[in-house]
Design a protein around this ligand. Sequence first.
Ligand code: ADP
Ligand code: MG
Length: 317
Amino acid sequence: MALSEFGLIQDYFADLDLGCAHVIQGVGDDCALLAAPRPGCELAISTDTLIGGVHFPGQAPANCIAERALAVNLSDLNAMGAEPYAFTLSITLPAVDTDWLADFARGLGKQALAYNIPLVGGDTTRGPLSITIHIIGQLPQGQALLRSGASVGDSIYVSGTLGDAAAALQLIKAGELHNSDAAYLLHRFYAPEIDFVLSTALRGIATSAIDVSDGLLADLRHILNSSRVGAVINVDDVPLSPEILRVGGEQQALAWALGGGDDYRLCFTMAAKYASALRRQGLQLTCIGEIVAGDGLRCQTADGAQYQPERSGYLHF
Ligand code: ADP
Ligand code: MG
């Protein structure tokens, strides 16, 4: 980018290393330098790109875009059972808009602080708005929550409620931001809370896990394919918030919960015997079905009748 690139990085991004002890060299040199992770730990590494008009509404507030960009990356760490270590930010901007940048850096800083993860480097270029975060986490050796371990007889769980982000997108598209439930739903879309307490508790207990980014059914299918098993989902057990039920009604809410993406909740499998101990720790989990032999994903209602979902997730291509 032009002349102002270094000033821009210095002004907005250099302070977000949070003074973390494991950041030996943060923003400003050719590479960041990080202390090696704790002995006996592995690194978990992931990256996600958010494009304006595709992954968030182009006119969305800059602080919201930043919070969401970091949240979706934190969610990948969470889905592996890893804890935050550091991240980099590659940002492409159509122009240098200092108000926008200040808002963006404020949102990013707030989120970084909330999850205690330092920004240690990145890249800054000019072009259509796009944000790529590269995230690093750590976890005890051999304890990662993979997609491939689900086995017949495991119960299937989700954390929190589903479909709220899809409902928020609908409100944004329809311009219904005055709706009394909009504040809650928009918050769920822009700043989904990532529950590292749950994923840490699931280490050694859950047989598989994935974060719900493309839609419950689509993401659960990834677990089924990796684990070579099938599943039965009881759609009447899928947890729905009061807000989404008021905005969409029961049928629409369920369709959002099964097919809508962007929730960043966890979907995981484990033996049912572990559930009560997790709930006693205050963790929110709901059993929505069971792993079965075979390779299909069957949805049924409480009375056992087959349920045909409207659509089964977000397709990128
Ligand atoms: P290089 O020429 O080596 O690519 P840059 O000029 O792109 O270096 O970046 C200079 C320093 O600023 C590097 O330490 C880089 O990691 C950091 N940096 C650049 N853009 C960002 C950003 N958007 N957020 C955080 N750090 C950044
Ligand atoms: Mg560069």
